[in-house]
Design a binder for this molecule. Structure first.
Ligand code: ZN
Ligand code: ZN
Ligand code: FE
Length: 753
């Protein structure tokens, strides 16, 4: 008889790992014990050497679907006399750093969905059915280790039947921390926005209301959502009006992959992602026959669809018998409501009723969003289902906290070889988002009991994340250039050390020379970078006004191309009264300069007459992308020699203007502009490869959310022999910045040590 102690690290808590050990031990007739502690899972096993070896191998090879084993450390121990059976110990909490992590929330598994659908079962139509393979995690956890008493399930005492399942190592719900049933768990109710109960079955009553064109606030996994029928134009319009969300697309909730397929075109990968445990919103091209009100997504041919993430959502969409709009429960762009006490003040005049339950949401998590482009799934918003899942770094190092950018804020804590990423926190300009940001920082440090050695922030002095980093006395600080962080993020995401050619196209970020960058080609890695090419700078007349009103930016690009002698396009004549003042702001020294590629998309969108005032971030560029027709024309590519090389925009602006004056359609101009951005990128990469010998290209920045551009650019780069790195685990937009900042911080500490 031999005995061993195993230490298993990784995502091993709250994913059915101890039951897995128990089953394995029993199948091999081993005795011993297992438990959770601050470092992950420990277990002791005793038996024949052969069986112990088999156990060790199968611990990893047969790990539960949601587990991620990073390491197994095995040490020999003296055998114990007369041990019987295999016991699961209660958790031990102690001091020290927690290496185990909170798993993300998991959509209802197939077995649980079957339980909910089984009229003979005791969980028939029970909205909170879950097991060790599925259910809420991150959003119900108060602290680690992940055990029921430290979750919002602690308020619900297990009934006898649930307790028997919880204690039975052979049961699917063995040690499932959120296990419950109708008799003992959370309960649903339908209430008016004043908190008065509505009679009848809550789901049926909510479905009736929705069927009649009503708007229902639904308490989801990581926050409240707002639902209405997606085929009811009046209901959708009402929701937009009440929510103050004019044109930004709404997501849709459907009851099955087949239903999703009837609305949008989905390839196999998109179907797999859609029905996976993360259950994100997947953007895909709509079918002409989709019975969806035009107001759901007025700017785009894409629809965002998702499957029910919980039995509650499944029951609701089934009871309505139609596709539902299911959008974040908030006013405009504020963070989604999680606190029951905020429902009345924040959603009271939006919703007609509230489908609510009595389990607390401990942590906010929006629905995640992504799309399949060029054969890969790319996240655009990383939250429920993914966060706080860590991005694995290629090596360990001292703890580094990165506070991200400002729009699409996320924070990141690099701890060991894990980069723990917060959920999407929103735009820090909103006080509630800023509060969520501060809470997320505290949360990351508290859950992992970590004191960072370095706090990394953006160089932008006005970002509230920068100001936060300066105001807290956590550790020494490091400011990292925005596009360097984008590059480092893409490299860390791809697990590539670099150096690489980094094509960083976005709205804008604070440049190293006091201008606003955004059309940058860098060469470097996490340790440093050189700016090897950029778009020619243009003034941003009126600063942020030029972002909201893209015609201002268009006038600037026209001014840089034609001087004060502006062409007679509608974009100019419509603003003829404002033009002199805007052109004055274009004179040297009167406005900030920007090299932003995003702003060039905005300008061309405005020149095409596609947008007047943007009602949400990225709208002008989205409309331009959506306007694109077949791609036939090519615009001239001009890149100067030298370092940094300058990518000239005036030739393309001239070509756009002459096309529009010649009566060509926005569809042709848009297609040609997308093609030009791809051409100019490929040409610049060739030029840089000749000098540096580098043939790996990393793509990052919000512009790479553009599907058409990626579809045009990737094949060309690949055909030219470049290896292309794209984001997979974090978004290419500023939601991925914190990861890159952390990587740069790590590199800086490593270089110093
Ligand atoms: Zn399940
Ligand atoms: Zn029960
Ligand atoms: Fe950016």
């Amino acid at each position: 008889m031999r005995r061993r102690r195993l230490r298993i690290a990784g995502t091993v808590q709250g994913v059915g790992f101890r039951p897995h050990l128990h089953r394995l031990a029993r199948s091999l007739s081993l005795t011993g014990a297992a438990g959770n502690d601050d470092d992950g899972v420990w277990c002791e096993i005793q038996g024949l050497q052969l069986d112990l070896d088999s156990f060790e191998a199968r611990v990893v090879s047969e790990a539960p679907p949601l587990a991620r084993v990073d390491s197994v450390r095995s040490t020999a121990m003296p055998a114990v006399e007369g041990e019987q059976g295999f016991a699961l110990a209660a958790s031990e909490t102690g001091s020290g750093t927690v290496a185990g992590t909170v798993p993300p929330d998991v959509a209802a598994c197939e077995a649980c969905r079957a339980d909910v659908a089984d009229p003979a079962g005791r969980r028939y139509r029970y909205a909170f059915t879950c097991c060790t393979d599925c259910g809420p995690r991150f959003t119900v956890v108060r602290s680690l280790p992940y055990d029921r008493e430290r979750t919002s399930m602690s308020a619900f005492e297990l009934c006898k039947a649930c307790e028997a399942e919880y204690l039975d190592p052979a049961d699917r719900r063995h040690h499932a921390q959120a296990v419950c049933c109708d008799a003992c768990g959370p309960a649903l109710s339908l209430e008016t926005t004043l908190g008065e109960a509505v009679d009848g079955d809550p789901v049926e009553a909510a479905a009736d209301l929705l069927g009649a064109g009503g708007i229902v606030a639904v308490k989801g996994v990581g926050g409240y959502q707002l639902a209405c029928r997606a085929d009811d134009g009046a209901a959708v319009a009402r929701l937009r009006h009440r929510k103050h969300r004019e044109e930004k697309p709404f997501a849709l909730l459907v009851d099955s992959v087949e239903a999703a397929r009837a609305l949008v075109e989905l390839d196999d990968l998109a179907c797999r992602v859609l029905s996976g445990p993360e259950a994100p919103i997947v953007l895909a091209p709509r079918r002409a026959s989709a019975p969806i009100a035009a107001g759901v997504a007025p700017d785009t041919r894409l629809l965002g669809v998702m499957l029910p993430a919980t039995p509650l959502h499944a029951l609701l969409v089934e009871a309505v018998g139609a596709t539902l709009v299911c959008t974040s429960g908030n006013r405009s762009d504020e963070p989604i409501v999680t606190d029951d006490a905020r429902v009345q003040p924040d959603l009271g005049d939006i919703a007609d009723a509230v489908l609510v339950h009595n389990r607390r949401i401990e942590r906010r998590a929006d629905d995640s969003v992504g799309h399949v482009v060029h054969g890969g799934f790319q996240l655009l918003r990383r939250a429920r289902g993914y966060a706080p899942g860590a991005v694995r770094l290629d090596r360990g190092g001292p703890p580094v906290l990165a506070v991200g950018a400002e729009l699409k804020s996320t924070v990141c804590l690099a701890l060991g070889a894990d980069a723990h990423m917060s959920v999407h926190l929103g735009d820090l300009e909103h006080p509630a988002a800023l509060a969520a940001f501060e809470a997320a920082v505290a949360d990351l440090l508290e859950l992992t009991r970590t004191a960072p050695e370095l706090v990394v922030h953006d160089r932008h002095p006005e970002y509230l994340s920068t100001k936060f980093a300066a105001s807290v006395d956590l550790a020494p600080r490091l400011g990292v250039q925005h596009h360097h962080a984008h590059l480092a993020s893409c490299l860390a995401d791809a697990g590539f050390r670099g150096p690489a050619i980094g094509v960083m196209f976005d709205g804008m970020g604070w440049g190293a020379d006091g201008t606003l960058w955004g059309g940058e080609i860098l060469v470097g890695d996490a340790g440093g970078y050189e700016r090897v090419a950029h778009l020619r700078p243009a003034p941003m007349p009126g600063g942020s006004a030029a972002v909201r009103q893209p015609w201002r930016m268009a006038l600037a690009h026209l001014h840089e191309t034609f001087g004060r002698d502006l062409p007679a396009l509608a974009c100019v004549t419509d603003h003829i009264e404002d033009a002199p003042r805007v052109l004055d702001q274009c004179r040297p020294g009167q406005s900030m300069l920007t090299t932003s590629m995003g702003r060039l998309f905005d300008s061309v969108s405005a020149l095409c007459g596609l947008v007047e005032t943007a009602t949400y971030e990225g709208q002008a560029a989205i409309r331009l992308e959506q306007a694109a027709g077949p791609d036939v024309r090519r615009y001239p590519v001009e890149i100067s020699a030298g370092t940094p090389a300058v990518i000239e925009f005036s030739a393309v602006v001239e070509a756009v203007v002459s096309d529009l004056l010649a009566g060509r359609q926005p569809s042709q101009v848009s297609a040609a502009l997308h093609r030009w951005v791809a051409d100019v990128t490929v040409a610049a990469c060739h030029q840089i490869r000749e000098v540096t010998g580098l043939s790996t290209v990393a793509l990052s920045g919000g512009v790479f959310q553009n599907r058409l551009l990626v579809e045009l650019l990737l094949p060309e780069l690949e055909q030219s022999g470049f290896e292309v790195l794209r984001h997979r685990q974090v978004p290419p937009n500023d939601g991925g910045i914190a990861l890159g900042q952390a990587a740069v911080g790590r590199a800086m500490l490593a270089g110093r040590g």
